[in-house]
Design a protein around this ligand. Structure first.
Ligand SMILES: Nc1ncnc2c1ncn2[C@@H]1O[C@H](COP(=O)(O)OP(=O)(O)O)[C@@H](O)[C@H]1O
Ligand SMILES: Cc1cn([C@H]2C[C@H](O)[C@@H](COP(=O)(O)OP(=O)(O)O)O2)c(=O)[nH]c1=O
Length: 209
């Protein structure tokens, strides 16, 4: 039996970390075996790559290097953690995946989208999530939510125009995959979002089976 791969995407500060946790806990309380993970990261090697990418001191990082480092972190994550968990029938819930690279590096840095897709196809062996929740929030509201954080990482420090391209990029991606990606209005309360996500997931699961 193969498991299910569920990803959460969206701009910085949209509430992904909060929602993946609630979602994974709810699945686990129903008796499912759940692996909660995130990108960039999820394994020891991937976490080291994460530190390299996000270090605010690395202002000289080339865009191409950034793309490849995210993909390298992802390749390790898929091979070491995601694929084995899926093979053993677990539910893998992941905070960001390939669509983050299309939105942030493709739309954000204005790198040819096909290039990003090819590199990630190689990194993941073509793994595609079964269901994706895109938490959509305005750049201004996302910034406001992140204010409480001490120190923004290298990506969060980029300007508003960049982050607006990222947000619109995510919405374009969602339009391309309406069957798989569900857009969630992230301007609402934690509880309202969690309810919509869980209701959608249970309905989707029932229809699928
Ligand atoms: N629905 C919400 N409404 C208001 N604040 C929220 C909401 N969801 C999360 N937050 C707060 O916003 C900040 C960013 O949330 P987080 O879950 O870390 O987002 P992300 O992982 O998408 O960056 C945190 O301080 C969190 O407590
Ligand atoms: C996975 C991924 C993340 N990112 C960016 C988005 C975030 O700004 C940053 C770190 O991701 P994340 O850990 O989700 O940030 P946070 O929880 O602090 O909001 O990396 C990319 O640019 N490309 C990618 O492929």
């Amino acid at each position: 039996m193969t498991g299910l791969f569920i990803t959460f995407e969206g701009p910085d500060g949209a509430g992904k970390t909060t929602q993946v946790k609630a979602f994974a806990e709810r699945l686990a309380s129903m008796g499912h075996e759940v692996v909660l993970t995130r990108e960039p990261g999820g394994t020891a090697i991937s976490d080291k790559i994460r530190s390299l990418i996000l270090d605010p001191a690395h202002t000289e990082m080339a865009d191409s290097a950034e793309v490849l480092l995210y993909a390298a972190s992802r390749a390790q994550h898929v091979q070491e953690k995601i694929n084995p968990a899926l093979k053993s029938g677990k539910f893998v819930v992941c905070d960001r995946f390939v669509e983050a690279s299309i939105a942030y590096q493709g739309y954000g840095l204005e790198i040819e989208l096909e290039q990003i897709k090819r590199i990630n196809q190689f990194a993941t062996g073509g793994l595609i999530p079964d269901r994706t929740y895109l938490l959509d929030l305005s750049v201004a509201d996302g910034r406001e939510r992140l204010k409480a954080r001490t120190g923004l990482d290298r990506i969060e420090q980029k300007g508003a125009a960049y982050h607006e391209r990222v947000r619109q990029g995510f919405l374009e991606i969602a339009k391309e995959h309406p069957q798989r990606i569900r857009v969630i209005d992230a301007s609402r309360s934690v509880e309202e979002m969690a309810e919509e996500i869980f209701a959608d997931f249970t309905r989707w699961l029932t229809e699928k089976n």
